[in-house]
Design a protein around this ligand. Structure first.
Ligand code: SAH
Ligand code: SF4
Length: 362
């Protein structure tokens, strides 16, 4: 294998076995993979990092995913929903700090009140910012009518991770009931794309029972789906969940971290002009995890704008950074000295060239 990585990188098309070989490359070879991915990023989407101010709107969730601390059956957390003023204030902070766009994320809720509130908030934020602040939603599985309403109100990007492209693994990390069906999630993702959202998906890396083959399949799944945005992060156990009760060891977290860097680099090399997030979960394992992800080809970060007093309630996984990271002197929260040559793409939506190409092909 050791002779392989350089020639693999030069291939125009990577099949599953090429992807597996890249995932398995040695630690000595990995920097080659990472450097190539960063060069591809610079060439196809520029040497900028775009920002999405993250607003964690509510931790009320109707689902019970076996990995997530916000799951319905976790009775140890206080449930909250931000009020209208709190959301608008966070959005205006993003606007004034010139972040360019926000992402509203939440536990899954399909009540009429929830759907109406999001629609009204999206519309108001668009008005208050003269249509200049981009709006991404990450609000789980909804009906196509709901996705359409939110799109018409002014949201233009949607993130719905498939979590794993393996149906068998999906089944093992979710309850076996009609609220948690792989096919429903996939249908939602297709609907989002058809409506015209810039469509993002992604997976967790290092889930129990997950194999390297599953991860290689995840990459081909995302390529075949022709996604515009990708968000991947290491799985991190939460002790109040069925998959986290037994805790974990740092060694495993480090491995998942390194595997996520490889996944990011391979995605960049294969899909070239999409947006790829340097996730907060990376920062949870390594204080400079996001900077490292950027060095491996990522180009988006999501600084947290959720009012500080709610942060403890949105612990999807354990150890999620809770401090306030957005301030005027450092709007990204990144240590830019660690990523020379990278500048912040401020005041712009930071859309991908990929989305424009995809739409033009239709
Ligand atoms: N409820 C929405 C959005 C919030 S959850 C949804 O599920 O789509 C956002 C993401 O957090 C999920 O897609 C999942 O990939 C990630 N997540 C949940 N639990 C996690 C854990 N224990 N470790 C790492 N990521 C996790
Ligand atoms: Fe709810 Fe999303 Fe967590 Fe699943 S991953 S329990 S849908 S917040």
């Amino acid at each position: 294998m050791s002779t392989g990585i350089a020639s693999l990188l030069d291939k125009n098309f990577h099949d599953r076995s090429d992807i597996l070989a890249m995932l398995q490359c040695s630690d000595e070879e990995a920097p080659l993979l990472y450097r190539r991915a960063a060069a591809v990023r610079d060439r196809y989407v520029g040497n900028h990092v775009y920002l999405r101010g993250l607003i964690e709107y509510s931790n009320i969730c109707g689902k019970n995913c076996l990995y997530c601390g916000v799951r319905r059956e976790n009775t140890k957390i206080d449930r909250y929903t931000l009020n209208r003023e709190e959301v608008l204030e966070a959005a205006m902070t993003a606007y004034k700090l010139n972040l360019g766009s926000i992402a509203i994320q939440s536990g899954e809720n399909s009540s009429v009140a929830f759907i109406d509130s999001i629609e009204e908030l999206v519309r108001t934020i668009r008005q208050m910012t003269d249509g200049k602040l981009g709006i991404t939603l990450s609000l789980g599985e909804q009906s196509s009518e709901t996705y359409k309403r939110w799109f018409e109100a002014g949201a233009h990007r949607y993130l719905l991770r498939i979590e794993t492209s393996s149906q068998a693994l999906y089944r093992r990390v979710h309850p076996d009931d009609d609220m948690h069906r792989y096919h429903r999630r996939l249908e939602c993702l297709k609907t989002i794309q058809e409506i015209g959202y810039q469509t993002g998906t992604g997976v967790m890396v290092g889930l129990p029972f997950q194999t390297l083959g599953d991860l290689a399949d995840d990459i081909t799944f995302m390529r075949d789906f022709d996604i515009d945005m990708c968000g991947m992060g290491p799985f991190i156990e939460h002790s109040d969940t069925p998959l986290g009760e037994r805790g974990t060891e740092n060694l495993f977290l480090k491995e998942r971290f390194n595997l996520t860097l490889r996944m990011i680099a391979i995605m960049r090399i294969i899909m070239k002009d999409i947006n790829i997030v340097a996730s907060t979960a990376m920062q949870t394992i390594d204080p400079f995890g996001r900077e490292k992800a950027i060095s491996c080809g990522a180009n988006v970060v999501m600084p947290n704008l959720t009012p500080a007093r709610y942060r403890a309630g949105y612990q999807i996984y354990e150890g999620k950074p809770g401090y306030r990271e957005v301030n005027e002197s450092n709007v990204s929260g990144l240590n830019l000295d660690l990523i020379p040559g990278i500048s912040l793409g401020l005041g712009t939506w930071g859309d991908t060239p990929h989305f424009g190409r995809r739409i033009n092909r239709r």
